[in-house]
Design a protein around this ligand. Structure first.
Ligand SMILES: [Cu+2]
Length: 286
């Protein structure tokens, strides 16, 4: 009888420690990216359906959930998939095939997912995103930062070999949007009231470095994939190397309208024209 209770206890504990399962499916779709001056270049995205969209799937779970993320490859070439922090090893997914990845989170965090095959080509071409493990807040915002060199996308699509040491980006996006579309993206632009707890989940899925600078406010670092020692620091500028994820908390102490921009100021241009760029968003606090 005692052994039965112990066994029951172990079974119950294993359920509690695993938490609830969240099964979600994303699709790898080929398509086109429209950059700030209207140029269309070959691109890929991870979406919620098998229809290509620039609205990249951001996968969200709570800390008590175990994620089972299925990735469907809708391209006619094979692709890789890696989920940082997953107990599932990186996989190669054949055309029309899928693979499932398990993630047991240990708290509020960001987990980068990307196509590791033919590196850096496939992740450069749009195949990167984030799993966010959310915390307590009044509102959440998401920034997926990228750079693009239009001629490189066209050359890759034509099967040419790229000299990545000569990469020179001319377009910049947040959530695949650049100015003016980025200025109305509710996922990116920060809105709220004085005293609200706003959480910003940011990831650099591109191949260049970014450093996001706030006017008007300081934010507190809640999570950093690269620099765990920076957690609880209060700063106004947040550097992100390729693949880095960071969660910051903004509790506005004053009303106002202020910009957040990439301190690498070329990222506020697009196609060589100033303010065509993506890496500029607004804070609007009542
Ligand atoms: Cu500034």
């Amino acid at each position: 009888m005692k052994q039965l209770f112990i066994l029951l206890g172990i079974v119950l504990l294993s359920f509690v420690s695993r938490g609830q399962e969240s099964a979600q499916t994303i699709h790898l779709n080929p398509g086109m990216l429209t950059v700030s001056d209207g140029t269309d270049v070959p691109y890929f995205a991870f979406n919620w359906t098998n229809e290509f969209s620039l609205d990249v799937a951001t996968v969200a779970i709570s800390p008590s959930e175990t994620l089972l993320l299925t990735v469907v490859n809708n391209d006619d070439s094979e692709h890789g998939f890696t989920l940082d922090g997953s107990s599932t090893a990186p996989q190669i997914i054949a055309p029309a095939d899928s693979a499932t990845f398990e993630l047991v989170p240990s708290g509020q965090s960001i987990h980068y997912f990307f196509d590791h095959s033919d590196s850096p080509t496939n992740k450069y071409l749009g195949l990167g995103g984030m799993v966010v493990v959310t915390g307590e807040s009044d509102a959440n915002f998401y920034w997926n930062l990228r750079t693009h060199e239009a001629a490189v996308n066209v050359a890759l699509d034509a099967g040419e070999t790229i000299d990545w040491s000569a990469y020179y980006p001319d377009y910049y996006t947040i959530n695949n949007l650049s100015f003016p579309a980025i200025s109305t993206d509710p996922m990116a632009n920060l809105t709220g009231e004085v005293g609200d707890v706003l959480h910003i989940y940011m990831i650099n899925t591109g191949i260049s470095m970014h450093s996001m600078h706030f006017h008007g406010y300081h934010c507190t670092i809640l999570h950093s994939s690269r620099s765990p020692q920076s957690v609880s620091w209060s700063k106004d500028t947040f550097p992100l190397w390729p693949g880095d994820g960071m969660i910051i908390e903004l509790v506005p102490n004053q009303p106002g309208i202020y910009p957040v921009h990439d301190h690498n100021l070329t990222a506020v241009s697009g196609g060589g024209i100033y303010l065509n760029g993506g890496a500029l968003i607004m804070i609007d606090i009542q």
